[in-house]
Structure formats: C-alpha cells, structure tokens
Design a binder for this molecule. Structure first.
Ligand SMILES: Cc1cc2nc3c(=O)[nH]c(=O)nc-3n(C[C@H](O)[C@H](O)[C@H](O)COP(=O)(O)OP(=O)(O)OC[C@H]3O[C@@H](n4cnc5c(N)ncnc54)[C@H](O)[C@@H]3O)c2cc1C
Length: 386
C-alpha cells in the first residue's frame, strides 16, 4: 500500500488549499449570512478547472483522477460547503452522468460548457413524494411533439434556479416500474420549467436550492441520457460519484474543525494558561484528529478503487456514511472547544455544524448507506421490507 501522494497530486492539493484560503474562506461568512449564491465565486472555481476535474481534457475538463479530485473537494469543503456543493453537483452528478451515459454528440454539446462554467447543471431526482424510494418517480414523460413531453414536480434541487441544463428523471410507463424510468437532458429555458428558491435552510445558505415544476416541458428525442429503462442506473452511477464527493467535502469539514480548534485552544487562556494545555481539551482535539484521518483514508480507498476501475459502490457508501457522521461529530466538538465563541459566526465552527447536517440526508441518507452496506455483506436486501 502506498499512502504517498504523487508530486502532481501534492501540487494540486497545495493550489486548491491556497485558492480556498484566498478566495473562498473570506467570502463564506457573508454569503451564509446573506443567503447569497455567489456566482462570481462559481466563475472563479470554473477558471481554476474545478467544475470538471474528472472530465477528460478532450471535453474541456482537467482530466484528473478521482483521488486528485477528492483532494480538491476536501479543500473546498474545508472553506465552504456551499461552494463544495457546486463542485459536487456540477462534476459528480451532472458531468459524470453525461460522461458515462452520453452519446458522443451529447458529450460534445454539454461537457465543455459545463466544465468552463458557462452553463450550470442540476440533478433533478427527488420529488415532493419521492425521496429515498428514488425508483418511485411520479414525474411522467410521454411521447409528443416529435420527442417527449414531461410533467411533474421536483424538490430540493441544488442549483435548480441557475442551471441551464437539468437531468430530469421521469417515468415513461408506470406499468414497467423501474424499467420504465428514463433520464432527460432538459433545457431549462422554456416556459414550462419553473424553479423557485427554497429559503430558510438550516445551513448551506450560500447554496441555491430549488423546487421545480415541470408543465409540458419538451425534450427532443436525442435528449435522453441512455435509453428507456436506464434512468435508475443513470441516477445510481451518478450518486456513486456524488457520494464520493460529499464524503471528501466532509473530510474537509473535519480538518477545518481540527485547524480551528488547535488555533483557538492555543490562543484562548483560562486559569492562567492556554486551554490547549488542559487534558480534556486535548482529548476533544485528539478525537477529531482520529475521525479526520479515518474518514480521509476511507475516501482515498474509494478514490483508489474508482481509479482502478474496480467495483466500489459499497466502499463509497462506507466512506460517505462515516465521513458525514464524523463531520457532524467534529463540528459539534469544535464548538465545544470554542466555548460560547463557537456559538456565533465569528468562528467557522457553527457554520460547519449547520452546513454539514444535510450531508447525512442528501445523496442517500445514512440509513440508506447502512442498507447498501448491509445488503453487500448479508446478501439480503432490507431496503424494501418483504
Ligand atoms: C439542501 C438540500 C439539497 C438537495 N439537493 C438535491 C439535488 O440536487 N437533487 C436531488 O435529486 N435531491 C436533492 N436533495 C434531496 C435529498 O437527496 C433527499 O432529501 C434525500 O434523498 C432524502 O429523501 P427525503 O427527504 O424524501 O426523505 P425520506 O426518504 O422521506 O426519508 C425520511 C426518513 O426515513 C428514512 N427511510 C426512508 N426509507 C427507509 C428505508 N427503506 N429504511 C430505513 N429508513 C428509511 C430515511 O433514512 C430518513 O431518516 C437535497 C436535499 C437538501 C435538503
């Protein structure tokens, strides 16, 4: 086993670290306070090549491997989960799906514009009545106008208000069940596509989240990603990449909690000495360090498997489950280290806790990850009670 990063990986990490410190960290608090989706910063992410890191260069991407992509996402996640969400959705949920399932024409048409940030994309799977049971899509696609006509509603869609292209999952024939599901590349610039901002989120306030209604939305024949019946597979393969990205972002949050707590505990004096000199404070910091390192190793293993072309769905779920839950524990502990100061946004730790809370919910809840892992080791599918 080789735990060394290559020179190139080290350089990419250093660059992402500096970019995060110089560009992202300083804006994170104001964007959070103002619920501001920072398109100027999104353009900077794109200029750095962070919106299509794993997309081959021939399609406008950076052509990096998954492990290196994970290093970038970790750094951005340390700075601001709202911006990490942009990277994850654009790269893992949208670009990776087009890369894996798209025709040559679809790849040529969409990927360069997505990688350059000229277009944003969104991944519209969740519906008001369809969350964990993702195969049970109520959105309908029927043939019409020489292509497809889509009607339905989508819920909690990241970047749905700004996306130019939406991956819309829909049922073409309810009698076929999941074999009737399809994924469409939908142009959002049409009257039937209506997106509305969702406000008052607990965290991720600097990210855009939408409720979408689809009212006779048109998709031409060549707008389908894969074929009829591939919809669920498209969604699951995209989530394999998305969960990796969420996990890597959570390692960044864990590291941010360690960094903030070490810094604060050495500055803050009580009983005439820095609080870092108290054993109970060091115990809190040590626990965070262990969780950070364990989460990072699980992410690196999943990245290694992806880069080796080996099966990795279970290992990605393990990394996602552990990293997201560990990041919640770290953020909570980091607030404890900061005392009352941790409860206000002068320090990043309260935002870390609010932002990280959603990561055990989206891209498959922690319970769904447990069921995936449980199914792999027992051979019994407990996702659907028999
Ligand atoms: C800020 C934000 C951004 C999001 N971005 C996107 C996006 O870009 N695209 C998108 O498609 N979706 C997105 N989502 C939606 C997210 O993926 C869903 O919220 C998530 O999949 C859970 O679905 P649900 O909310 O309907 O919960 P439910 O599925 O109703 O689950 C509720 C509870 O029941 C449990 N549960 C459900 N089924 C089982 C089972 N079989 N066994 C055991 N427990 C079970 C769950 O674990 C959970 O605890 C986003 C959500 C948020 C909050």
């Amino acid at each position: 086993m080789d735990f060394e990063l290559s020179d190139e990986q080290g350089l990419v990490r250093e660059t992402a670290r500096a970019f995060t410190d110089n560009e992202i960290v300083e804006r994170a608090r104001e964007n959070d306070r103002n619920e501001h989706f920072d398109l100027e910063l999104v353009a900077k992410l794109a200029a750095q090549g962070y919106l299509g890191a794993i997309v081959p260069r021939e399609y406008g991407g950076a052509g990096l491997d998954y492990l290196t992509y994970g290093l970038i996402v970790e750094e951005i996640g340390r700075g601001d989960s709202a911006m990490r969400t942009v990277v994850s959705v654009q790269t893992s949920l949208v670009c990776s799906a087009i890369l894996r399932w798209g025709t040559e024409e679809q790849k040529q048409h969409y990927l360069p514009k997505l990688c350059s940030g000229e277009w944003l994309g969104c991944f519209a799977l969740t519906e008001p009545d369809t969350g964990s049971d993702a195969a049970n899509q109520r959105t309908r696609a029927r043939r019409g106008n020489g292509g497809w006509v889509i009607n339905g509603a989508k819920m909690f869609i990241s970047m749905g208000n700004h996306a130019k292209v939406a991956l819309v999952f829909a049922q073409t024939d309810p009698e076929l069940g999941h074999r009737g599901l399809a994924c469409f590349l939908v142009d959002t610039d049409q009257p039937g596509f209506q997106a509305q901002e969702i406000h008052h989120k607990m965290g991720l306030r600097g990210s855009d989240t939408a409720e979408i209604s689809l009212d006779d939305v048109e998709a031409p024949e060549d707008a389908m990603l894969g074929e009829i019946g591939d919809g669920f597979k498209v969604a699951m393969s995209a989530l394999d990449s998305g969960r990796y990205s969420v996990a890597a972002g959570c390692v960044g949050i864990c590291q941010g909690c360690v960094d903030a707590s070490v810094r604060y505990s050495k500055e803050r004096q009580q009983f005439g000495r820095p609080i870092a000199s108290f054993q109970l404070v060091q115990a809190m910091i040590a626990n965070m360090v262990v969780e950070t390192e364990a989460a990072r190793m699980l992410v690196w293993r999943a990245g290694y498997l992806k880069d080796s072309g080996k099966p990795n769905t279970t290992e990605t779920s393990i990394a996602k489950l552990y990293s997201t839950e560990a990041a919640i524990r770290c953020a909570n502990t980091a607030i404890q280290v900061h005392g009352g100061s941790g409860y206000v946004d002068d320090y990043p730790v309260e935002r870390y806790l609010r932002d990280v809370r959603v990561t055990t919910l989206y891209e498959g809840t922690s319970q769904i990850q447990q069921l995936i892992i449980g199914r792999a080791v027992t051979g019994i599918n407990a996702l659907i009670p028999s």
